[in-house]
Design a protein around this ligand. Structure first.
Ligand SMILES: [Zn+2]
Length: 300
């Protein structure tokens, strides 16, 4: 007597698991998420981390496509890696705040190049269709830039409004030239390996603080379009400043209080924390809720 085999039992999985089995659905769930949620999502598992990294890559690629021909983007990314450079200002903001850049485009592309790499970037951009360049003399920031920035170029191409700035640092570590930015909201940078934010809490709160300068009306207008509020100081912050304090000395050592997310695996690390460099935004803090208010602070 033969016994016929029993029919296979269908494998029923929970509904949410079935949804995560479909790559498109996984991406849709987090595609437009704010960056802090994306980072939290990446911490769940290896698979989620890889999804989050893919989303960062796609946001980065989309932002670069405003300035470069599609065919040039892989070469541009390779050169970013070879020269250990980074992209600051609007492009990383478009990755950190995707909701804002759904209706607006990055205004400019800012390349942060290590010492002696500026000319190499000029040559590469000329091969990609840009034709003109001029040195920018930002007199307001000469004092700030001493020892941090060697030279700044504006690179343009005819009949197009697109502008690329190359900021060649005075040192090899591009985080040093990044601290010479006009506002903390410009102190985010994406490299071929990771995205860094020198003031992650302020960026998340969409607040920009100036670096030893006065805020002009044109700055306020430009940043309000990006839903960012520029403040002279944190006097009305309503809570202690923490690592966002204007009066404290910050250090690149060990990337203390620097936000970092590795979006690309397989590349060498940037070694950003290797050089110890210190900076601060102002001589003092005026936030009465902060323990550093009106004190001379030597460090955290
Ligand atoms: Zn403070």
């Amino acid at each position: 007597m033969s016994v016929s085999p029993s029919p296979p039992v269908p494998q029923v999985r929970p509904k949410h698991n079935r949804m995560f089995d479909v790559p498109e659905h996984r991406l849709m769930l987090v595609e437009g998420s704010p960056f802090h949620l994306l980072v939290a999502f990446a911490g769940i598992s290896k698979m989620f981390r890889s999804i989050a990294q893919d989303i960062v890559y796609r946001r980065f690629h989309r932002a670069l496509a405003h300035f470069l021909p599609e065919i040039s983007i892989p070469i541009f990314l390779k050169f970013l890696d070879i020269t250990k450079s980074g992209i600051s200002s609007d492009v990383p903001l478009s990755i950190l705040m995707p909701d804002v850049f759904r209706t607006t485009s990055p205004r400019h592309l800012v390349i942060q190049a290590p010492c002696d790499k500026g000319w190499e970037w000029l040559l590469v951009l000329f091969r990609m269709g840009y034709t003109d360049s001029q040195v920018v003399n930002d007199a307001d920031f000469i004092r700030l830039q001493v020892g941090k920035v060697a030279c700044t170029w504006r690179v343009t191409r005819p009949e197009l409004d697109d502008q690329i700035f190359i900021i060649e640092g005075a040192q090899q570590n591009i985080l040093v030239s990044l601290t010479a930015s006009h506002f903390t909201s410009e102190m985010n940078v994406i490299t071929s390996t990771a995205i860094y934010s020198l003031y992650p809490a302020l960026t998340e709160a969409r607040i920009g603080l100036p670096t030893f300068s006065r805020i002009k009306t044109t700055d306020t207008e430009a940043y309000s379009k990006l839903q960012l509020t520029l403040l002279d100081n944190l006097a009305d912050f309503g809570r202690p400043c923490g690592a966002s304090c204007m009066g404290i000395w910050r250090y690149t050592r060990d990337l203390a209080f620097v936000g970092r997310f590795h979006w690309q695996l397989g590349f060498d690390d940037d070694n950003m924390e290797d050089d110890d460099y210190q900076w601060r935004l102002h001589r003092e803090c005026v936030n009465l809720k902060c323990r550093n208010a009106f004190k001379v602070v030597r460090g955290l």
